[in-house]
Design a protein around this ligand. Structure first.
Ligand code: SAM
Length: 283
């Protein structure tokens, strides 16, 4: 029987998250290298923390008391934000391995009951309407098979006056009647296969979906130049023989994930891959 997309995403993160944490730490997202990509933070981990701070500043997040991290990985952002704001926070992921590891990290860091992690689907979240002051999602939108439902669900669980902040992989914006070239479609298809993505859309498409929702102060920006150097850091770290061995022993899905790195570098170089950010306030 062919595994479903959700099963493939789950086993990819179940299998690869331990190695990622060992090599790159608790944040499973790009780093920020200055708006033009020329800054050189001390480490990829510092670049990742800077990305979170830049996103908070850009979106104008103000002291949320309750936070939902949609597609939380091992809780890198969840714990960072819960600590920064003294807030309660919930993280959801499809991967039981990630949820357990995130919960264990929360306990080690003494968050007690104010932080919890669940295995749950972002497209049907087990939360009442208007539950959170901040809905935060870093680099999980690209995994969602229905982008409209993803944004609708994020908006549904936000309290009125609460802030939505999404950062997600996109393809380039298209002019009216324009289509991606065959080569671009082939490159994307390979990325989808290796990273278990159903498809990506453009930032303009995300903006159009968001405009159908009860959101005000709606903003989008393309931060591709700011984050693209992250992949050079990933390659540098992966060239260490211990890391290469770790990739091989983690399993086939992780090895395939490593094959996607040059495709991401090439995608940013040619402009096919874009890093889209979107923010709004629930009306
Ligand atoms: C690249 S990781 C990003 C993790 C985290 N946001 C971070 O930046 O450290 C993608 C995450 O999205 C989650 N994810 C993908 N599809 C999901 C879905 N339908 N529902 C909930 N989580 C999902 C995966 O389980 C994984 O935790």
């Amino acid at each position: 029987m062919t595994p479903t997309l959700a099963q493939r995403i789950q086993s990819f993160y179940d299998e690869s998250s331990g190695l990622w944490e060992q090599v790159w730490g608790e944040h499973m997202h790009h780093g920020y290298y200055g708006l033009d990509g020329r800054d050189r933070p001390n480490s990829p981990q510092q670049a990742q923390r800077i990305l979170i701070e830049q996103l908070l500043a850009w979106s104008g997040v103000e002291a949320p008391a309750s936070i939902l991290d949609v597609g939380c990985g091992i809780g890198g952002s969840t714990l960072y934000l819960a600590a920064k704001y003294g807030a309660s926070a919930t993280g959801i992921t499809l991967s039981p391995v990630q949820a357990q590891r995130a919960q264990a990290r929360a306990e080690v860091h003494g968050f007690g009951e104010r932080v919890e992690f669940q295995v749950a689907d972002a497209l049907a979240m087990p939360f009442a309407d208007a539950s959170f002051d901040l809905v935060w999602s870093l680099e999980s939108g690209e995994h969602m098979p229905d982008k409209t439902q993803f944004l609708q669900e994020c908006c549904r669980v936000l309290k009125p006056g609460g802030r939505l902040m999404i950062a997600t992989w996109c393809h380039r914006d298209l002019a009216a009647q324009e289509a991606l070239s065959e080569l671009e479609q082939r490159n994307l298809a390979e990325l989808y296969r290796l990273y278990h993505l159903p498809y990506v859309i453009s930032l303009a498409d995300y903006g159009a979906i968001a405009r159908t929702l009860p959101l005000q102060d709606l903003r989008t920006a393309d931060w591709s130049r700011a984050v693209a150097p992250f992949w050079d850091d990933v390659v540098r770290s992966a060239l260490n023989p211990q890391v290469l061995w770790g990739i091989v022993t983690a399993g086939w899905k992780t090895v395939e994930g490593a094959f996607a790195i040059p495709l991401m570098q090439d995608g940013y170089r040619t402009g096919l891959i874009r890093y889209g950010i979107l923010s709004g306030i629930k009306q």
